[in-house]
Write a protein of this length. Structure first.
Length: 258
């Protein structure tokens, strides 16, 4: 028994040297094991980093004051002032920009009669940009004793102290409806310059009872806004004929009288 044990050791009592090939194999095995463990840990670390970044981004954009509203820029105003738009918009200063309700801001601005459309966007990192498109008057109409502006969509939106020089005037009856006003605005918008210069005012009763009263007292039965381009061409020819009344409500069958 002692001889068997002794045979496993050398004469100095130490274990014999490991074969180099075996040692290399063991090292390769250890490296593979380490690589497997690192791959598993690397995925865990990457996931943790991603979670930290996402949490940090949510905090930065939605809860911190780093990207909070500090300024409001307004463009496109003519009748309104930039300060008036800011007051109506009521943009919450100091609120994180990502949480600002742009639709609510736009709705408040577009509630103003003079505003046709408003575009509200975030201007990173700390601003809100408001681009206003105001209504443009194509005519004026007297309503309740006040001179009001009328845009191409038939919307009454502002008050004038007196009719602006050169702007067409629309005259209505007490029971004229908004759709008739809209139709009258379409007629005014469609008039070519050579006819528009001769118009004193436009009289409207209903959507299909619109007339032009010229500066020389002559009248033109126009009808509705339908086929206004054709009516304008026909009227330009008719005005060369002496008459007091012209009817182009059916442009294919115009008439004159007086």
């Amino acid at each position: 028994m002692r001889e068997a044990v002794k045979s496993r050791t050398d004469t100095t009592g130490t274990t014999p040297a490991v074969d180099p090939a075996t040692l290399r194999s063991r090292k390769r095995f250890a490296r593979r094991q380490w690589a497997r463990r690192w791959l598993a840990w690397r995925r865990v670390v990457a996931l943790l980093l991603l979670i930290v970044l996402m949490v940090g981004a949510v905090w930065l954009f939605y809860f911190s004051d780093v990207l909070a509203v500090k300024k409001v820029e307004v463009h496109g105003t003519r009748t309104l002032t930039s300060e008036e738009v800011r007051q109506v918009a009521s943009v919450p200063a100091g609120q994180p920009l990502a949480r600002v309700d742009l639709d609510a801001i736009r709705a408040r601005i577009e509630a103003e009669a003079v505003v046709r459309h408003a575009d509200v966007t975030r201007a990173w990192p700390d601003g809100v940009l408001i681009d206003v498109q105001e209504r443009v008057a194509v005519a004026v109409v007297e309503i309740g004793g006040r001179i009001r502006g009328l845009d191409a969509e038939g919307v009454v939106f502002r008050t004038y102290p007196k009719p602006p020089p050169g702007m067409p005037q629309v005259r209505t009856s007490t029971d004229t409806r908004s759709d008739a006003l809209r139709e009258a605005a379409l007629v005014v918008e469609a008039l070519p310059a050579e006819i528009d210069r001769r118009v004193d005012h436009v009289e409207v009763a209903t959507v299909d009872q619109i007339s032009l009263v010229l500066r020389d007292g002559k009248t033109v039965a126009w009808g509705s806004a339908e086929d206004s381009d054709a009516k304008a061409e026909v009227l330009a020819e008719l005005l060369r004929q002496p008459a007091r009344k012209y009817d182009v409500s059916v442009p294919g069958q115009p008439t004159t009288s007086g």
